[in-house]
Design a protein. Structure first.
Length: 119
């Protein structure tokens, strides 16, 4: 059994998903459920904190691609933070830094959302 957890918390006008463990084909449905719940609750400003994410497969990356269009269609975004070099390399290899804003720190992403709301 692969160990993966996704926890949701709200902070400063955004929804934060904390990912922990291995995100692969077996655990991707857990992330899908979390994203779907946010969409159902009309929460479209999402920060995904990858601080404790130790591995991501193409199936895990596919979850992000499956939801980004619906999030952006509702004037929101998914911003990624706190990636280890190993996890970042997987995102980078597949061109994700062109599609997603990636920040070293969760607070940076929250500030970007706040500044965008003021504009």
């Amino acid at each position: 059994m692969t160990d993966f957890k996704v926890q949701h918390r709200d902070g400063e006008g955004v929804s934060i998903l904390d990912l922990k463990g291995y995100l692969d084909a077996h655990t991707a449905p857990d992330l899908e459920t979390a994203f779907q719940k946010l969409l159902n609750d009309r929460k479209f400003n999402i920060v995904v904190n990858c601080r404790d994410l130790s591995y991501i497969s193409s199936a895990g990356l596919g979850v992000f691609m499956a939801y980004i269009e619906d999030v952006r269609k509702n004037k929101g975004d998914i911003k990624l933070t706190n990636m280890s070099p190993k996890v970042y390399n997987v995102f980078d290899l597949l061109g994700f830094p062109i599609l997603y804003e990636i920040y070293k720190d969760e607070k940076e992403a929250i500030v970007k959302f706040r500044n965008a709301q003021k504009a």
